[in-house]
Design a protein around this ligand. Structure first.
Ligand SMILES: [Zn+2]
Length: 210
């Protein structure tokens, strides 16, 4: 993808995520990798009003080449690309349901939510829980990078979600399904449920196995 196309894709993705109510206020940040450059939304940017001026271009090490001051969570994006070279998009949101479930006690680390629907498995893939660190803390970026070696999506404790994909559309679809599965979890409110079995999940395709 050309850089100009990547700017346009990032902007339309930001507008769509905000329009769907997944990026309250100025929360959330998104990025896409074009070759050895990372285009990431800027600090304080409102995804619903994202424009060319709100986007930073970084090296793969996270150094700013040009553009806006990057989001303070930029290193989380940098680490994701470092550990998953097949990935060209990272979405990070403080979406309401994911944020709410990230505050629940006793979430299992390896698979924090039951898999209620096949779409969750097919889009979000393997989901892991990451411990709480303050936003922008280097330890949060490190812990997220470590978790993404095995997982395809993250639930950040008391914070929100992170998804990745071989293109922006798949990272967005993963975020939407993680949010939907979190919403189902909240609506079920601890009632007896009948989620997919590990065998059901294993039989479903995910882009990782393309
Ligand atoms: Zn955040």
């Amino acid at each position: 993808m050309k850089e100009a196309d990547a700017f346009a894709a990032l902007i339309s993705t930001g507008h769509a995520l905000a329009g769907a109510g997944l990026s309250p206020g100025t929360t959330g940040n998104i990025s896409t990798r074009v070759g050895d450059r990372i285009l990431v939304s800027g600090t304080g940017a409102r995804l619903g009003a994202l424009s060319n001026d709100d986007i930073a271009i970084l090296t793969l090490n996270g150094e700013r080449i040009v553009g806006a001051a990057p989001t303070k969570e930029a290193m989380l994006h940098v680490r994701a690309y470092a550990v998953r070279p097949e990935v060209t998009a990272v979405v990070h949101l403080h979406s309401p349901a994911a944020l709410a479930v990230s505050c629940l006690a006793d979430l299992p680390e390896a698979s924090p939510l039951p898999c209620y629907t096949p779409y969750y498995a097919m889009k979000a893939g393997r989901v892991a829980l990451v411990d709480y660190f303050p936003p922008g803390d280097e330890r949060l970026a490190e812990a997220s990078g470590t978790a993404l070696r095995a997982a395809d999506s993250l639930l950040l404790r008391r914070h929100g979600l992170v998804t990745i994909g071989p293109e922006l559309a798949s990272a967005v679809a993963a975020a939407e399904e993680l949010e939907a599965n979190a919403d189902i979890h909240l609506r079920l409110a601890g009632r007896a449920a009948d989620p997919l079995s590990p065998d059901d999940v294993a039989a479903l395709p995910h882009w990782r196995n393309r």
